[in-house]
Design a protein around this ligand. Structure first.
Ligand SMILES: Nc1nc2c(ncn2[C@@H]2O[C@H](COP(=O)(O)OP(=O)(O)OP(=O)(O)O)[C@@H](O)[C@H]2O)c(=O)[nH]1
Length: 298
């Protein structure tokens, strides 16, 4: 069995950045990651990908050449284009994913990224809910909706409700009330009400939050993904190895050094190290790289 994620979401929601940060994180905890870029418009990739659609060669050829696939025991991250109709309407992307799942015995989770700034406007938030619901129903995969770039949420002004309201998709009638205050939304009142009822009736949409530069945030998300696609069950031994990699050492001081340098996601953010990785914009992955090398140097 091979595990992985299908990373989808509207343009600019952070898919490529997510694949970059997530792959660094997973490699640090000992998983062999292969990123598959399926977005032909991704002209400046921040990550090294195992397979790039731009090369226009068959997936099977690449897998043979690089010994990827089930026997290589890699973890796959599929970076898709941002055309949302591919994931809630058209059958093509789903057909490709289904074929890959069958032929490679994949266990995939759909990671649906939505920019958190949509919470700052009730109308946009309703659209994000509808998009998420339609995508969940269409994709038929284990699915996690993510409010990405949560670190920027405060830049868009005070939210009308607590963040929990948006992540847990609480009583949408409050949202309608809020929309009613805006004269521009008045003529859509009935439509909004009906749409909110559809979302309420399904009751399957919720969100988790992500700041791709925050190691704790990424670590929590990995735990959710591992539960959703069964990695934790198939990989119990592997997980034990992943965790023990960080803890096992013959000398006590080595253990302490390794813990400080790499065991970040079990611990609350540490004040003197800042508790985040790669805070510097444009360089979100280097801290993982340096952590890995500090591990191997010890
Ligand atoms: N502050 C912050 N910025 C982020 C985060 N994730 C992504 N970004 C920024 O958002 C912008 C868009 O990110 P991309 O990863 O290119 O988004 P994408 O979904 O792959 O975009 P398309 O390929 O156009 O669909 C970039 O400038 C990223 O640096 C985040 O968690 N926090």
């Amino acid at each position: 069995m091979v595990f992985g994620q299908v990373v989808i979401g509207p343009p600019g929601s952070g898919k490529t950045t997510y694949c970059n940060g997530m792959s660094q994180f997973l490699q640090l905890i000992g998983r062999k990651v292969a990123i598959i870029n399926l977005d032909p418009a991704n002209d400046s990739l921040p990550y090294e990908c195992a397979i790039n659609i731009e090369d226009l060669i068959k997936l099977s050829d690449v897998m043979t050449e690089h010994s990827l696939g089930p026997n290589g025991d890699h973890y796959f991250l599929f970076d898709f284009p941002g055309q949302v109709e591919l994931f809630f309407l058209h059958a093509n992307a789903k057909n490709v994913i289904t074929k890959l799942i069958k032929s490679l015995n994949l266990r995939l989770t759909a990671m649906h990224l939505v920019d958190a700034h949509l919470c700052s406007d009730p109308g946009k938030y309703v659209s994000a809910l509808l998009l998420s619901l339609s995508t969940m129903l269409h994709m038929e995969l284990p699915h996690i909706n993510v409010l990405s770039k949560i670190d920027l949420i405060e830049n868009y002004g005070k939210l009308a409700f607590n963040l929990d309201f948006y992540t847990d998709v609480l009583d949408l009638s409050y949202l309608q009330h809020h929309l009613d205050q805006d004269p521009r939304s008045a003529k859509y009142r009935k439509l909004t009400k009906e749409l909110c009822e559809v979302i309420d009736n399904y009751s399957i949409v919720n969100f988790t939050t992500l700041d791709i530069q925050d190691k704790e945030s990424v670590g929590n998300l990995v735990k959710l993904i591992d539960k959703s696609n069964g990695y934790i069950f198939a990989g119990i031994e592997a997980s034990a190895v992943e965790f023990s990699k960080i803890a096992i050492a013959t000398e006590a001081n080595l253990v302490v050094r390794k813990l400080h340098s790499s065991l970040f996601f079990f611990m609350p953010p540490c004040r003197h190290t800042g508790g985040t990785w790669g805070r510097k914009k444009g360089n979100p992955i280097n801290l993982f790289r340096s952590s890995t090398s500090s591990l191997s140097n010890t």
